[in-house]
Design a protein around this ligand. Sequence first.
Ligand code: URA
Length: 237
Amino acid sequence: MKMRIDKLLTSMGLATRTEAAKAARQGLIRLNGKVISKADEKIDPEIDSVEYLGKKVEYKKYVYIMMNKPSGVVSSTDGKDGDTVISLLPDELQRCGLFPCGRLDKDTVGLLIVTNDGSTAHYLLSPKRHVSKIYHLKTLCPVTQNDIDILQSGVKLDHGDIARPAKVEVINENELNITIVEGMYHQIKRMLEAVNNKVIFLERIEFGTIPLDRSLERGQWRYLTKEETDILLNQTR
Ligand code: URA
């Protein structure tokens, strides 16, 4: 499918439209080896070769990012409730239609996938797909064996929701890893409330078998590797 060169560069987060136009005027964009003067030229990104600032553009239809979400930012694209995870990305990436794949509460930290691939995100978030997520959490009160049995056999939440059986790994009496395959609103916090406890720290450490890259500080991000992108996309097949 044909697209404009500036659209190619913005959709991949390489430049803003203004930057693309300026680079074209300065002779810094090549199309099939020849310098072009206008960034609105139409190309077929699967066939044509584009060089931007001296580097070949490896066309990718969608962007997939891993972020280590810090506390205090909202997982949405709309900043009316405070800073968003998108605002932590560089300007050019903020303009290529990215959104978080699922939500973490404002005070939850850890692994968030950010993409502009709407159909994959929709698939991964569908309650029918049972994509697994692992959360590491700390609790206010000690968790008993009876609580663990309840969480593992499926617990009744407030508002009548039932959480499917979760996998619980005990780190110590106030610290657990819990694997769930749903994504109900405040699910982990509500699961712990259902056993008369309270979550005081919550971190997502794995999404769809992709672990959080511990070398990312809170608030930092990186592109998913080819292997991680394949893992993500394979779950939709
Ligand atoms: N469960 C919660 O309670 N909060 C989150 O942010 C994610 C899962």
